[in-house]
Design a protein around this ligand. Structure first.
Ligand code: UD1
Length: 425
């Protein structure tokens, strides 16, 4: 992990052209976990080369999974050999993406041992729902010396109701249930496109998972899974970020590699502000930003509501809207980490608990700012693209966790963004 790089942005220029999104970060992380449960050779296409994935691959490699190849967006893993069900925190960097290893290891080995989870510092991220569901399936859990240890002499199907449709808990339960005895039903399950992407892969690998109306899944356990090949869906959060980059600079560009059905909330909100968004086929959108765009209100929700992962970027966009906007963050309690830095660039934002009121300003000023987390970092980059002059966004390693070569994609749209070592910044 490189902790000392910055983006140097010469802002104030409208973005134009065409750019393609990479595969979804929040798909590939659980898919790598699923590959362990499959106990065979699996291949994924459209895989983003992001540091969260690299960290996860390093972890699973230490457990015994073979990284056969990772080139040109295609990743092949071989988990036929023995796999150690203990996840080590090898590089001092624990990532939230390891959470689905619990379900995968329990499914495969009936045992799992994980260090406490990391990821973005955007609030408490408990895993009580994961534990409750897996316990109901017969897993015994205990915490010992900083490790969560799960043991399931047998995994038995059951009906699980999630108090909240947690993405990670749903994925863990689907993984465990895929190889459990009997038919499991998960109610109030997460409906995020990445959950369906995981199901699509698992079913190709021999699992029997079907949606049940409304918001549930039925999983008929099978004895074993087999190798499969799967193309990862486009990253809707990367697409949203690029769409807002175009809109905030009043440019016009085509963003390809994303399914518009995954970003309707973003399309709707951008349109409310006056931006023009056209859907092209089932794989691209065209965004046209407008000068003097309007404010709007946003509440983050589970899918298909407005995604929390696009909230900081939307906030950056709304700093330049005409009028006041209200953002309510209802998923994570501490996801306003970019506000202080946005204020250094001239934004006017008031926060009370989960609500932010953004008073639109005429212009942002360039500044040196610090990324504190993945999506907050992306928000600062958007602000830098809109502000005239040179903005430096420090600690870009946060952004590299979830965006593949963001500077190259923005440069393709005509932005002047360069990656520099922080010492030189
Ligand atoms: C996933 C995504 C993350 C996204 C989030 C919400 C991955 C790797 N990450 O994270 O980018 O922001 O979905 O769309 O896919 N919660 C509990 N108890 C639990 C589990 C969750 O209280 O056992 C709470 C969390 O603290 C949070 C909310 O539920 O407030 C949403 O969490 P969840 O849907 O589980 O998100 P993740 O799977 O961690």
């Amino acid at each position: 992990m490189n902790t000392d790089q910055s983006f140097l942005i010469e802002g104030g220029m409208p973005l134009h052209g065409t750019v393609r999104c990479s595969g979804a970060k929040n798909s590939i992380l659980p898919l790598v976990a699923a590959a362990i449960a499959v106990r065979d050779v699996v291949t994924f296409q459209n895989v983003a080369d992001i540091s969260d994935l690299r960290s996860l691959l390093a972890l699973v490699e230490t457990m015994g999974v073979k990284i056969v190849s990772f080139e040109g967006g295609e990743l092949t893993l071989d988990s036929r050999g023995p796999v150690e069900p203990r996840v080590e925190n090898t590089n001092g960097y624990s990532l939230r993406g390891t959470q689905t290893l619990v379900g995968a290891l329990l499914a495969r080995e009936r045992r799992a041992m994980l260090p406490s989870l990391g990821g973005c510092s955007i609030g408490a991220r408990p895993i009580d729902l994961h534990i409750k569901g897996l316990r109901a399936m017969g897993t015994h859990f205990e915490w010992k010396e900083g490790y969560l240890i799960g043991q399931a002499p047998s995994l038995k199907a059951c009906d699980v109701y999630l108090d909240f449709p947690s993405v990670g808990a749903t994925e863990n339960l689907l993984l465990a249930a895929a190889l459990a005895e009997g038919t499991t039903r998960v109610f109030n399950a997460a409906q995020e496109p990445e959950v369906y992407d995981l199901i699509s892969f698992l079913n190709k690998a021999g699992a029997r998972i079907v949606p049940v109306f409304p918001f549930g899944f039925r999983v008929e356990g099978v004895g074993e899974l087999h190798g499969a090949s799967h193309r990862v869906i486009g990253d809707r959060i990367e697409a949203s970020t690029l769409m807002m980059a175009v809109a905030i600079t009043q440019g016009e560009a085509r963003i390809a590699g994303v399914d518009a059905r995954h970003i309707w909330s973003i399309i709707a909100k951008l349109r409310e502000t006056g931006a023009v968004v056209e859907v092209e086929g089932d794989d691209a959108v065209i965004v046209k930003g407008v000068t003097g765009y309007r404010s709007t209100d946003v509440r983050t929700l589970t899918f298909p509501g407005f995604p929390t992962d696009a909230q900081p970027q939307m906030m950056a966009y709304l700093t330049l809207a005409k009028g006041n906007s209200v953002i309510v963050e209802s998923i994570f309690e501490n996801r306003f980490g970019a506000i202080l830095e946005l204020e250094r660039m001239g934004a006017r934002i008031k926060v009370t608990e989960e609500t932010a009121i953004i008073e639109g300003v005429d212009a942002l000023n360039s500044a040196t700012v610090q990324a504190k987390d993945l999506r907050g970092g992306a928000a600062l980059i958007l602000a830098g693209l809109a502000a005239a002059g040179s903005t430096t966004v420090k600690s870009i390693h946060h952004v590299d966790r979830g965006y593949e070569a963001l500077e190259a994609k923005l440069a393709q749209l005509g932005a002047r963004v360069t990656r520099v070592n922080q010492m030189e910044a």
